[in-house]
Design a protein. Structure first.
Lengths: 212, 212
DNA sequence: GTCCAGCGACCGACCGGATGGTATGCCTAT
DNA sequence: ATAGGCATACCATCCGGTCGGTCGCTGGAC
């Protein structure tokens, strides 16, 4: 549908910076995050990107197509990072902690993406919304798998469903886009460290063999 | 600006159910939640409410004014409930737990409100958005106050800022509107009980006087 | 080396339709 | 008679999307 591979074939104007599709993508991400999808007109978008409507509709079939491209980019990045952390070596507690820190860190580094992700889901067509939800669910399940693994090993409590803990955690992560401001008191890593610590604390078994 | 007091003075047509402003409010809440604010046209809205545009613009100065009325209603309800729980008697741990359960319960009972709250904030004028944010912050601070109280008493850990815990918790609560479905496996109370338990668990001091 | 055909990248004027909002007046209750 | 509660018709605007056309590069024919 749309061409989002970073091929430099279309860098016909070397001095103008990145290729047109990439420029559109990054400008759209910023504007959609700042003003919302519907508040951003196509004209405004292409002007900000320094191109014209013709250029945009040459690469994307519709405004929604552009939005979907943003979702695809975000999902790909998230999935890739989580897979790296979940598939690493070491005890599950450490893997979970590292993944939990990283997802906060990454979210803070790409706040615009997160802002768009949940706010504009309903602007996608049914098919695409379903596809995004499905991919996102897989992501959750991968994370949940680590918690269940820890539950089987006995290092995490089992009286609270893993699903609940995952949902709660990602809810908090998503919410970062509402309150976190770059340049505030805490860096992304610091928030991530706190968040992960709270996650690990809440998963700790209630009474870990009082005698020992 | 708008008239949202539930006075029955305008029940001129006794058989038609609630007064027009109330009907508009509840229909708008449903439609905005289902389709989003911008996807819902004024015509669609008034048709669904069984009135005409003239009626709507008689009570609300604009479409955005109607949206703001929804925010006011939500904020009033949230604040009122939290105040009741926070100001109750008993140990802070119990008060916090009860409030935490209740906010989940109430959120699940009014999922449409929550869906709108964060998704459509950017559709308000700057002034009103600021007002909503301010009120919402007060709400957070009230909740945070309980945690800080517990920290001073030594029943909650102090190595994680209360602010972080509050933000994390409300992030998860807000996120309910994305995944919770009525008629699913868990009731609102059950989810609330789990959520609150996780909150209390994560606030438990790391080493509670090992000797005793 | 030159020319020309072909092609993808891109331009920007234009269109149909939908939308939020308004002007005006009727109708009923007081 | 007066005023609020509401209906109807209408308007100006703006928006996503289209479409004929231009520009510059590329590669093959000679």
């Amino acid at each position: 549908m749309q061409n989002t591979d970073g091929s430099e074939r279309s860098a016909t104007a070397p001095g103008r910076g990145p290729a047109v599709p990439d420029r559109l993508l990054s400008v759209a991400t910023r504007l959609f995050a700042e003003q919302g999808f519907e508040r951003t007109s196509v004209q405004e978008l292409v002007s900000a990107a320094g191109v014209t409507k013709g250029a945009m509709y040459h690469y994307f079939t519709s405004k929604e197509d552009l939005l979907y491209a943003i979702y695809q980019r975000v999902l790909a990045m998230q999935t890739e990072r989580l897979n790296a952390f979940a598939g690493a070596e070491g005890p599950v507690g450490e893997r979970l902690r590292n993944a939990a820190v990283d997802v906060v860190h990454t979210t803070v580094d790409n706040l615009d993406d997160t802002r768009i992700f949940f706010r504009s889901l309903h602007m996608l067509s049914d098919d695409r919304m379903t596809a995004v939800r499905k991919e996102r669910r897989r992501y959750h399940e991968r994370f949940r798998g680590m918690i269940e693994e820890g539950q089987r090993e006995g290092v995490f409590r089992t009286d609270v469903p893993a699903d609940i803990a995952v949902t709660q955690y990602f809810g908090a992560v998503h919410h970062l886009s509402t309150w976190y401001r770059a340049g505030g008191e805490l860096t992304g890593s610091e928030v991530g460290t706190y968040f992960a610590e709270l996650l690990l604390a809440e998963l700790r078994p209630a009474d870990p063999a009082p005698g020992g």
